[in-house]
Design a protein around this ligand. Structure first.
Ligand code: AKG
Length: 353
């Protein structure tokens, strides 16, 4: 039996950009239909800024400085939690001395963890996430959410590097019957990329978070990413570029082009890949939240694997929980609950590579 993709935009189509003032039903409809939605005003939190009219620019500038410091620490080899060129998925247990991500911005030893925590707790980021998860964006809805991961995606400096097509919680080799079953299981979470600089590293196939893959999508999902390619240091150089139009791209591939200040919220289940150039600066905040689902269900175990595989034992510390902004404290307790439910289990990793 073969499956064909419904009509969906191609790589050069520009998707509609929403704002947090759009009706929640419109945001949810776009997210449920396409598996992603782009918002323009996620850095507009006025309570984190002095003057409302330049709220977005103020907050972004503060976060850019914090990101730059954290990236410097990582590139000097002084931050142990990082995503390493040569490894797509956790554990990041090799060290090529070049990095495509900084993990655990909320860790108390991160020099700017307070600012990062404030942003992770802020409106409209958290409220929009609640809406897309299917919760009420009131404080009561937010209390059902789960604190999870908060990372930074950066450009490598001495390699061209790419991630293969993947869904975060469904392995490529899954049978059609199991894929159908997996698609009926809720993801219990939401992921987002919030760009501090223009960012076009992410590619998605709209709609694949909720349907069986077509033949081409399955081929893409099985295809290996190109090998990391070494180059001279420094962005802005005229170096040769990795071909970002990967030959495995399914026909309805869409390149997500974010302007600085925009954020894409996406399902971790959407088929997606990424391509990183040392020639283009990237500092994109990358986080996720969960929500409390039925305990001990298949969905709960998958969510737990997705989060716990990144090594969040340090979050158990009561002092860490107590130091978080008040809005995050019930969310932290939900995370700790999930961790306890899975204590002693060997959950392994969602993907290999
Ligand atoms: O770099 C990106 O935007 C995507 C990262 C990604 O696919 C992942 O963390 O699984």
């Amino acid at each position: 039996m073969s499956y064909s993709a419904p009509d969906a935009p191609s790589r050069d189509v520009t998707p509609r950009v929403y704002s947090s003032h759009d009706p929640p039903a419109a945001l949810r409809e776009a997210y449920e239909r396409d598996g992603f939605v782009i918002l323009t005003d996620i850095f507009s939190n006025s309570s984190m800024n002095a003057k409302k009219e330049d709220a977005q620019e103020d907050l972004m500038n503060q976060l850019r400085v914090a990101a730059e410091d954290t990236v410097t620490l990582t590139r000097k080899g002084e931050w142990p939690y990082r995503r390493v060129v040569g490894k797509q998925f956790p554990p990041f247990n090799i060290d090529s001395k070049d990095y495509w991500g900084v993990q655990h911005l909320l860790h108390p030893s991160c020099p700017h963890s307070d600012l990062f925590a404030e942003f992770y707790a802020s409106s409209p980021l958290l409220d929009v996430s609640a809406i897309l998860i299917g919760l009420d964006p009131s404080e009561e809805g937010v209390r059902k959410m789960q604190l999870e991961l908060f990372n930074l995606l950066i450009n490598p400096t001495t390699h061209y590097f790419a991630l293969s097509w993947h869904r975060d919680d469904i392995r490529p080799e899954i049978s059609i019957d199991d894929e159908r079953k997996a698609l009926r299981t809720p993801t219990h979470g939401i992921q987002w990329n919030a760009a501090l600089y223009d960012d076009d590293c992410l590619f998605v196939v709209p709609g694949t978070h909720r349907r069986i893959r077509t033949h081409e999508e399955k081929q893409a999902n099985h295809a290996k990413a190109p090998e990391a390619k070494k180059c001279a240091e420094g962005y802005g150089g005229a170096g040769e570029e990795l071909d970002v139009a990967c030959s495995a791209d399914p026909p309805t591939t869409l390149r997500v082009k974010l302007k600085a200040g925009e954020a894409v919220f996406y399902s971790q289940r959407i088929l997606h890949r990424a391509s990183y150039l040392p020639t283009k600066q990237r500092a994109t905040l990358h986080g996720c939240y969960g929500c409390t689902g039925e305990e001990h269900s298949a969905a709960a175990s998958e969510r737990a694997r997705n989060v716990l595989q990144h090594g969040v034992e340090w979050m158990r510390d009561e002092a860490f929980g107590a130091g978080l902004p008040p809005r995050l404290q019930p969310m932290w307790r939900n995370l700790i609950n999930m961790e306890r439910q899975n204590a002693g289990k060997s959950l392994g990793y969602s993907l290999e590579g």
